[in-house]
Design a protein around this ligand. Structure first.
Ligand SMILES: CSCCC(=O)C(=O)COP(=O)(O)O
Ligand SMILES: [Mg+2]
Length: 230
């Protein structure tokens, strides 16, 4: 029986277009000023810049060079933990100033509330940092959804296409793998979760439905039919 739902964000609860056409350009535009203003006085920023320098080979003192690396990573949609941490800090300003509002699909908004009220425990697993996850759900166009979630995981627990990351999440949650349903739009993530023993549902919100050896859903209402069966 499913007792826990672990959900991806981009392409699952929220549109790919919101992430790629709103959040990433916002980060790209505001990162340079943010880093120049904060890199000396803010230890959290300095720590992430150390990681960017180490990964890229660019000198730590070369702040402009590090900014270029980060903007390249945004263009390539790299899931680097340091980039994700810095993006979260920049988006925080945007949400708090009312320049950003998180997108959430209407069906996701509806069923997250229903599942929570039914006693299911809800968790997020996204490549976006935990801070970014709390922001997108805290400042949606439909209100604050953070009260429905019991916890958040980002790439500090491991990459989303690696089975060990899901094993680490299970160990943190202290639950049987077969009681967890993972929702994602990315097949490789579902395969990794299945390797760790989790149940999965593949969100395919647009285009043809694939022939798949796993449960495929157009939206969260269809995911709910799976929950009623199991
Ligand atoms: C937390 S909102 C920003 C999401 C993000 O930065 C990203 O790379 C999308 O990752 P996901 O694992 O949700 O597909
Ligand atoms: Mg996704």
């Amino acid at each position: 029986m499913i007792r826990v739902i672990l959900t991806d964000i981009e392409g699952t609860t929220s549109s790919i277009s919101f992430v790629h056409d709103v959040l990433f350009p916002y980060a790209s535009e505001h990162l340079p000023d943010f880093i120049r203003a904060q890199h000396q006085e803010n230890p959290a920023v300095a720590e992430q810049l150390n990681a960017v320098a180490e990964k890229s080979g660019v000198a730590r003192e070369d702040v402009d060079g590090l900014i270029e690396v980060l903007q390249g990573w945004i263009r390539e949609d790299r899931k680097e933990t340091s980039l994700k941490a810095l993006q979260g800090m920049v988006w925080e300003q945007g949400y708090q100033q009312g320049e950003l509002k998180g997108h959430i699909y209407a069906d996701a908004a509806d069923y997250l509330q229903r599942w929570h009220d039914r006693g299911l425990r809800l968790f997020v697993y996204s490549s976006g940092s935990v801070k970014a996850q709390k922001l997108i759900f805290g400042f949606t166009t439909e209100g604050d959804f953070t009260p429905f979630f019991s916890g958040y995981f980002d790439t500090r627990i491991g990459g989303k296409k690696e089975a060990d990351s899901y094993r680490n999440i299970l160990a943190e949650l202290g639950v049987e793998a077969s009681t967890v349903l993972f929702l994602s739009d990315v097949e490789a993530e579902l395969e990794a979760a299945e390797e760790a023993g989790m149940k999965t549902a593949w969100l395919v919100r647009e285009g043809d439905l694939p022939e798949a050896g796993r449960f495929v859903a157009r939206d969260f209402a269809e995911v709910d039919t799976l929950l009623q069966k199991r």
